[in-house]
Design a protein around this ligand. Sequence first.
Ligand code: DOR
Length: 426
Amino acid sequence: MKDILIKNGRIINPATGTDEIGDLLLSNGRIKQLGQNISCQNNETIDATSLVVCPGFVDLHCHLRQPGFEAKETISSGSKAAAKGGFTTVCCMPNTNPPLDNLPLITYVNTIAEKEASIRILPIGCITRARKGDELADMAAMAQAGVVGFSDDGSYVKNPQIMRRAMEYSLPLGLPVIEHCEDTALAADGQMNEGIVATALGLCGIPAAAEDVAVARDIILAELTGARLHIAHVSTKGAVELIRQGKKRGVRLTAEVTPHHLALTEERVLGFNTQAKVAPPLRTQSDIDALIEGLIDGTIDAIATDHAPHTINDKLCEFGSAACGISGLETAFAVLMKLVHSGKLPLPMLIAKLTNEPASILRMRLGSLEVGAPADIAIFAPDIEWTVDTANFASKGHNTPFAGETLKGKVRTTIYSGQIVYQDNE
Ligand code: DOR
């Protein structure tokens, strides 16, 4: 493997507070040197003048659909989409068919990932058998096979006693329980956020309280058990405040927010736009403001894509029958750059929420440019504009409300373990 020398980039490494123009040398799949005027022989040189060089992004939450839903995505296509989006590590959710609830299935994902993925794939195992919420899945065996957490994502674990036991079992395994916080009874037949837009469209709403109640219950259970709880895709102002208070009390809590919940309000659903149908639903501007505040004060640790690819037919139907989800890996970074360009979030903080912060939830030596760490790198042009054209997606899922939108900020090169896995040639 040839060494790679990245020259004259703006190197941002939030883990150490580094933000300087310099060079980065990668050797044998690891970071060898970071500094000024580095030279070496027999290398491939990347000129990063006017580009930003940072750790490869780490996504705590995506759906790769294999096994069972290969028409929507595969580990291979999803990993290419990830690389195109600057991601070098993604955690994949277990709502596959069959759901990832036992050791052989986790081994299957690891085996396919090893053979076919161009980046690091870390599976998440189910909390309950077949995600049915009735009995615990084989958590210890899945931990042995290398899962990085447990989740019934897509569904809330309705029974608080089961959730309590899951947390207790997770403790000696040292892994977080990741909850999809939507109280099933309160969300019921809801199709979008409860509010004026739902009323105007005549659609059944999902109140913010469905999320707040679920978050409150699980924080109480985390406090009771001492387990690590990670709240997936936070979308409400109320949930942000509950997490903030829980953290203040010392509960072992972490949380993520998605790019779409930071960028879009419920108005996107107008016209019965199924591309904006997502769970939890898009909320209001005051929720977005609270989410951004939560990112800034550390209440929300990470940004995760919740990349949820679907087929055309899954979305090309009446709103009530349409699948929930957005294919997000390839647009996440540029959508998030809107927050930077509008002055709402400093660039190093955005990068932290995509790199060392999610890595620290995983407790893995990732998301940093420290010498000796894996050579996982994203190089991007912060000011280049491009228009989202789903025909160019590497993901099989072309379902996005951002189609046709012009975004500013483009991933140019992604390096995984010292090898270029994506190069933007435009
Ligand atoms: O919108 C969503 N889609 N939210 C989820 O939690 C699940 C996901 C999916 O699997 O399609």
